[in-house]
Ligand binder design. Sequence first.
Ligand code: 475
Length: 821
Amino acid sequence: MTAKKFNKKEFIREVKANVKALYRKNLEEATQQQIFQAVSYAVKDEIIENWLATQEQYEKDDPKYVYYMSMEFLMGRALGNNMINLTIYDEVKEALEEIGLDINVIEDQEPDAALGNGGLGRLAACFLDSLATLGYPAYGCGIRYRYGMFKQKIEDGYQVEVPDNWLKDGNPFELRRPEYAKEVKFGGYVRVEYDEKTGRNYYKQEGYQSVRAVPYDFPIVGYNNNIVNTLRIWDAEAISEFQLDSFDKGDYRKAVEQENLARNIVEVLYPNDNHYAGKELRLKQQYFFISASVQEAIAKYKKNHDDIRKFYEKATFQLNDTHPTVAVAELMRILLDEEGLTWDEAWEVTSKTCAYTNHTIMAEALEKWPIELFSRLLPRVYQIIEEINRRFVAQIEAKYPGDFEKVRKMAIIFDGQVKMAHLAIAAGYSVNGVAQLHTEILKHQELKDFYEMMPEKFNNKTNGITQRRFLLHGNPLLASWITEHIGDEWITDLPQLSKLKVYVDDPKAQQEFMNIKYQNKVRLAKYIQEHNGIEVDPRSIFDVQVKRLHEYKRQLLNILHVMYLYNQIKDHPEMDFYPRTFIFGAKAAAGYRRAKLTIKLINSVADVINNDASIKNKLKVVFIEDYRVSNAEWIFAAADVSEQISTASKEASGTGNMKFMLNGAPTLGTMDGANVEIVEEVGKENAFIFGLTADEVINYEQNGGYHPENIFNSDQDIRRVLMQLINGEYAPDDPERFREIYDSLLNTKSSDRADTYFILADFRSYADAQKRVEEAYRDEAGWAKMAMLNTACSGKFTSDRTIQQYVDEIWHLQKETVKVK
Ligand code: 475
């Protein structure tokens, strides 16, 4: 099981040789970026033998693979993680020290691979880490966006989006695989031909445009087990050698269009989280990577198998939300049109291959494509979906004779739209939610009709996170401390952390634990000083909310509460108030006006409070620019309080909540998503829970909402805070600036209901919970115990456990082992 021995001398020699070969420079002349590249190539060399050995072993064993199909893989940086999983981190660190290099500086040269928005994309990345660590054959399948998630600059308090040119210095870990290139066709029309011999119709797409999909492979290194899986992401190139004779060589216009298609398709990640924009290019992206991935999966299968009707025995497709759902129809198309299966045979394969994970119940995230667009772009695929729909509707009618309501609610194609979730559910063998509460809401509210018709498909897989990145790499001090106390098995068996429980009352352990937290706060304070120019006191409570900016996540509730606290401190300067630093980090979708205005509000409140000497540094507000995976690792390690304050029922799971818990930060949150399970593990007394329950929220919603104006009228503290949104308190140059936010909470003159996310309804209970946080923090020993218990009880939330459940209950894969030669 143990990796081959690391040779320090050899490694140094290689780094030096790489600098020479890549840049014709000696080490002394090279920039840190160049050294990062050289070190990465040396680390890649350590990986390559294992990568080969793994693929060889798989070839020999002929196992079943999971293809994790996802528009997003939010990988973050690779170098540190690869060194960690190869178990050569400390050795490389020493080697680099020997030649005068600082591993942190070198790691910091690497741009984040930000091929994702938030939770869904980062979950995919954690899953790949766990799959490799547990030894399961897997491919991540996605898109190699030229530009990932935009970089965020804050200018005058506003978010400015800057393109993320992450590939500009080259990517040392990727491997271009032109030998696996595939053609993907768009548009045109379908010609039907009857074949006398077989008595069948054959369908041919003609007059189409096409692009060449070229895969790039990224190694996914398992922890200390020699296994290296592959993340295969597709680039688009203009067709050159394909089909040169199939269309008029003189068709210059078409050639240019195909060039443009190729260039546009993989240009940029859509920066929307929990939101569907309905753009044609997005559908092109979806079909592009799905067609290439499905073609590749089939080609791989056919190399060693001749009965395509048993494809599902060797492959399963996990669809990461509905974004890759066109895979259902693409698989059908290939089986019918290229493999010559009958409909029933093809359907049996498809419905035993595809499984769907739902990540959100936000209505605005539901993918519904206009028929016109869909059928124009994917004419043959659309025909197939029509037939799937026809048969599915017949099934509904058979089960519920005469009940047209059922058809209206459940059909895949209805009202001029193709509903991707309905397709995924009808075609897949599994439908899962991502936390217990979320799955219950799917079963009994959002997908009720589907659950009633096909209850056997529904199951829960509570999300998880990888402790290798979010503790071992992100919080090395705590990681070492834990290993000193309970050994290092937690790295691959997180529930072992419960062994820490015997230390929670031990004053020495408490002190050490809190001292590590303090040092991590110092590290973050330095980062904030360097990047924001704000001085924060590491002895203050670090109260952190980092996640995408979305109304349902209620960053607004947090900042309104900060405004309320500031009023209190100003009114009662004598009041005993434990110093707090409120830390925010969040990107808003580029077109999400209200979210962007909320960022401006946070920064405006920060400006006023941070520059008010009269409050004697009791309160600080920091907005961390460009929140992303790499700085997240530091932020989690430094947090005292984890803000998980979504409107109950809206956050499917959350995964940041788990990263905070792992790093010893108690949750201040609503009973939403996986918070419910966190509280179940750690105990209510070790969290700060507030607010309406999911049932209460759903009840209000189904009965026409509630009346925030009653709260406004009866609670003068709240009223005062809201008035400060429109009296210029935080916008003296333009008192109307935050009117929209004020209106969103109170004014029903717009067609939306006021305060859709129950901010006023939960405000008092949130403020009370915050008060409890302060009281608890004053009790040093009590707090240390609570923080340690959070770490000790976080074992359930490893993505290793999640993946094992997917394997046992959905995918049914066999574990592989790989020996190094
Ligand atoms: C949930 N993204 C979290 C996380 O399961 C959950 C939607 C449409 C288009 C682009 N991106 C999306 C999401 O829906 C998403 O990220 N959902 C999140 O998935 C992992 O923990 O609660 O909001």
